[in-house]
Design a protein around this ligand. Structure first.
Ligand code: ADP
Ligand code: MG
Ligand code: ZN
Length: 469
C-alpha cells in the first residue's frame, strides 16, 4: 500500500443529523423560504444563549458507538473563530480538544478496515448562494436557515488508497447512519473535505465536496493532477483546493491555515457535559442491528448466499422489505426478485432507491401470484417496472390488465393435457429424450393459454405427465 506511487486518502465527513430542530435553538431544520428559520441564537445576537439539543447529542453518540469509538464521558464545546459571511457570529460552535468519540473503524465491502480518528458534534454555517446578476454586478446571497443545523463530523485516518475505496467508505458509512435512523438520505446533506497525497509527498485538501459521487470524482481528478505533476518533475504544494462540479476539476483557493489559526476557545455559554457510565452502556445496548449483522443473519437463518445477503442488507429499506416479504413467500424467491429484477429496473431507469417507497405487502402479493403460476414472470416484471417508475401498485396493475384471469393451476393442467393428446409424435420423441420436442410442446401450451401461463410451470407439468404416460 505504501509503495512508491501509492495514494493516501483521508476524509473529514460532515453529515447532517436528522433532527426536527437545530443544534442550539428551537428553529426548524426544514424550511422553504430563505432566512425564515433563524433566531437570535443561531444568528449570534448579543445576549442570546445556546442550549444543546438532546436529540442531536443522542444521535451523535449513537454514531460514535456504532463506529466502535471510545466515548468520552466528559466533553465540552469550543468556539472556532473565523470571519466569513456564512458565519454571522464570527465563530462556529464545535468540539476540538475532546471529541465525543475517538478511535473507531468502518469495514469496507472488501473486508478492509478504515480507521476513524474522531467523531464530534458541531453546527453548520449558513449557506452562501452565488448569483450572477445583470451585466457585471455579480452578487452573493446568504441563507441563515442552515446556520446551526446539527452536523456530526467523522474524521478518518488516511487509510483509503483509491477514490473507489473512498466511495465505498461513504456507502458503508451512510448505510450505518440510515440503520441508526440519524440521517435522511433524501433531505440530509453529506459533505466531505477530501485529503489526498501521493506517498511521500505533500497532502492536498479539497474542501467541502458535496455527495458521495462528488467525493469520488474530486479525488479522481485530484490524484491524477498530483501524479501528473510528479511525472513532470514538479512539486506538489501543500494547499487547500476547491472542487468545481461543473468542470469536475479542483482549483487552488488559499494557503492552508493550521488549526491554531482558528484560535479555539472553550465556549463559556455551554457548560461541560457529563455522561454516566450507565448512560453510555444503555445507549450501546440499544443500538440496532447494523447491516453487517443483518447480512450474516440472512445467510444463517434464511439460507441466502453471502453476496445476495449483502446486496439486500446494504440498503436499509431493501433489507427491511426483504425481511417482511420473506415471511410471506419463499425467501430465495423474494431475494432473487429484489436483488435481480428490482435492482435491474432501478439501475436501468437510473432511479434512486432511497427515494422510492416500497410496500412489502404489495411485493408479497405480486410474488404470491407469480409462485402460484397465476401470472408469468414477464407480467411480474412489467408490474414491477410500472410500480417503480409510476408508483402503481402491482396488484392494481395485474387486476387492471386482467392478466391473472382464470389462470389457476387447474387451467394450465387442462391445456397441457389437451396439447399432449394432440401431439402424440412429439410426446414419444420427448420420451426418447429429444429436448426440441419439449420446447415445441411448451410453446404449444403457451399459444393455447395466450401466454398467460408460466413457462417454467408448464414445462414441469409436461415432464411429469409424460413420465407417467
Ligand atoms: P488538519 O489538522 O490539517 O485538518 P488532520 O491531521 O486533522 O489535519 O487530518 C485531517 C485529515 O487529513 C484526516 O482525515 C487525515 O486522515 C488526513 N490526512 C492526514 N495526513 C494525510 C496524508 N499524508 N495523505 C492524505 N490524507 C492525510
Ligand atoms: Mg481538518
Ligand atoms: Zn435559531
Amino acid at each position: 500500500m505504501k509503495e512508491k506511487d501509492g495514494v493516501m486518502i483521508g476524509l473529514e465527513c460532515h453529515v447532517q443529523l436528522d433532527t426536527v430542530t437545530k443544534l442550539f435553538c428551537g428553529c426548524k431544520t426544514q424550511a422553504e423560504e430563505p432566512n425564515s428559520a433563524c433566531c437570535p441564537v443561531c444568528l449570534g445576537h448579543p445576549g442570546s444563549k445556546p442550549v444543546l439539543n438532546a436529540k442531536a447529542l443522542d444521535y451523535a453518540l449513537k454514531v460514535a458507538a456504532a463506529l466502535g469509538c471510545e466515548i468520552n464521558r466528559e466533553f465540552f464545546f469550543s468556539r472556532k473563530t473565523y470571519f466569513y459571511p456564512d458565519m454571522s457570529k464570527n465563530f462556529q460552535i464545535t468540539q476540538y480538544e475532546i471529541p465525543l468519540g475517538l478511535k473507531g473503524s468502518v469495514t469496507l465491502s472488501s473486508g478492509r478496515k478504515i480507521g476513524i480518528t474522531r467523531v464530534h458534534l458541531e453546527e453548520d454555517p449558513a449557506a452562501l448562494v452565488h448569483e450572477s446578476g445583470m451585466g457585471t454586478s455579480n452578487f452573493s446571497l446568504v441563507d441563515y436557515n442552515r446556520s446551526g443545523i446539527p452536523l456530526v463530523e467523522i474524521v478518518t485516518e488516511p487509510d483509503m488508497v483509491s477514490p473507489e475505496e473512498a466511495r465505498d467508505f461513504l456507502d458503508q458509512l451512510t448505510t450505518i447512519l440510515s440503520y441508526l435512523k440519524v440521517f435522511s438520505p433524501t433531505t440530509g446533506v453529506l459533505k466531505a473535505d477530501c485529503n489526498a497525497s501521493v506517498y511521500g509527498h505533500a497532502r492536498v485538501e479539497v474542501k467541502n465536496v458535496t455527495g458521495k459521487k462528488g467525493v469520488e470524482k474530486a479525488l479522481a481528478y485530484e490524484i491524477a493532477r498530483q501524479k501528473n505533476l510528479l511525472l513532470n518533475e514538479k512539486n506538489i504544494v501543500r494547499e487547500t483546493r476547491a472542487f468545481d462540479e461543473k468542470t469536475m476539476t479542483t482549483r487552488a483557493t488559499r494557503g492552508k491555515e493550521t488549526e491554531a489559526d482558528y484560535g479555539y476557545i472553550t465556549d463559556p455559554d455551554l457548560t461541560a457535559f457529563e455522561l454516566s457510565e450507565e448512560d453510555i452502556e444503555g445507549m450501546k445496548k440499544a443500538l440496532p442491528e447494523l447491516h453487517a449483522d443483518k447480512a450474516k443473519r440472512f445467510v444463517e437463518e434464511l439460507g441466502l448466499d453471502e453476496y445476495t445477503a449483502k446486496v439486500l442488507a446494504n440498503n436499509f429499506q431493501l433489507g427491511n422489505v426483504f425481511e417482511q416479504v420473506a415471511k410471506e413467500v419463499e425467501s430465495k424467491l423474494a431475494a432473487k426478485f429484489l436483488t435481480r429484477e428490482l435492482m435491474a429496473v432501478v439501475n436501468r431507469s437510473e432511479l434512486d432507491l432511497d427515494k422510492i417507497e416500497l410496500d412489502p405487502e404489495e411485493i408479497s402479493a405480486l410474488l404470491k401470484l407469480l409462485s402460484s403460476g397465476k401470472i408469468t414472470e414477464k407480467v411480474s416484471k412489467q408490474a414491477l417496472i410500472v410500480y417503480l417508475t409510476r408508483n402503481i401498485p402491482p396488484t392494481k396493475f395485474v387486476e387492471k390488465q386482467g392478466l391473472s384471469k382464470d389462470l389457476g393451476e387447474g387451467e394450465i393442467e387442462k391445456a397441457v393435457e389437451a396439447v399432449l393428446i394432440q401431439n402424440k409424435q412429439a410426446v414419444s420423441d420427448l420420451k426418447q429424450g429429444k429436448q426440441k420436442s419439449l420446447n415445441f410442446l411448451v410453446g404449444y401450451v403457451m399459444r393455447l393459454t395466450k401466454a398467460k401461463a408460466e413457462p417454467r410451470l408448464v414445462q414441469e407439468m409436461i415432464l411429469k405427465k409424460v413420465k407417467g404416460m
